[in-house]
Write a protein that binds this ligand. Structure first.
Ligand SMILES: [Zn+2]
Ligand SMILES: [Zn+2]
Length: 235
């Protein structure tokens, strides 16, 4: 058998591999960082669309459903200037609400931003939140899926630490209904940044543990009513 006969096959396989790599696209839904570098800003396309660039920090800044990437993080480092909502600590995010897709069962993911932070979205419906001084706190229980994902997702805080982003100023203790981690994150960041210099990373230390739970009843205003929706899926 001649080796020469295999050459066209090898060439064909190489070509196939190359064109597959070129055709690789990533699907996104909703606003997301254009590249993941703060200076590159945000892509504001709301509906499902594709990019040839893979999401940066995909494991921490995004959640996926059917290979669609949905950005759930704080958009502040990327120059976001729209309406924003203040949150404290870890809380659920409902992906189908975020990208306005109707499904029968909510797709619930969790945000692992420590301490005060911003989102472009308001607290999702059908989840229990309490507000204190215009800051939203999750007042429900954290399920096993939240605990399981924690080691991977909580690294979002390492990603944001280097970006030195402004955060909501919270000067009081979280309400007792909040059961998530209480971590003080770089509130007194030095703003006297010298040109060409890099600001020191915000200090990050664990402080106060929550106040005594002296009232047991929860004041959540989450709606528990189930809504039936026409199934549209993610496509
Ligand atoms: Zn986009
Ligand atoms: Zn959050």
């Amino acid at each position: 058998m001649s080796h020469r006969n295999l050459a066209p096959l090898a060439t064909a396989l190489l070509f196939l591999a190359a064109s597959t790599a070129e055709a690789k696209q990533w699907r996104y839904a909703g606003m997301h960082p254009r590249t993941g570098q703060p200076g590159d800003g945000l892509c504001h396309l709301e509906s499902m669309h594709v990019h040839s660039a893979a999401p940066l920090y995909a494991d921490t800044l995004y959640r996926t459903r059917d290979n669609v990437y949905v950005f759930i993080g704080d958009p502040t480092p990327f120059g976001y200037e729209g309406p924003r909502h203040s949150y404290y600590g870890h809380h659920p995010v409902v992906l189908n609400v975020l990208v306005d897709i109707q499904v029968d069962v909510d797709v619930v993911e969790y945000c692992y931003h420590d301490g005060p932070h911003y989102h472009a979205y308001e607290p999702p419906p059908r989840q229990e939140f309490v507000d204190k001084e215009d800051v939203h706190y999750y007042a429900g229980e954290y399920p096993e899926a939240y605990q399981r994902e924690n080691p991977k997702r909580v690294r979002v805080n390492t990603v944001y630490r280097g970006w030195n982003v402004p955060r909501p100023v919270v000067t009081f203790a979280p309400p007792p209904q909040y059961h998530g981690p209480i971590i003080q994150v770089g509130v007194n960041v030095d703003v006297d940044v010298k040109v060409g210099g890099r600001p020191p990373p915000p200090s990050r230390e664990v402080i106060i543990i929550r106040e005594d739970d002296d009232d047991d009843h929860h004041h959540g205003h989450g709606k528990h009513k189930k809504h039936k929706h026409k199934h549209k899926g993610w496509d």
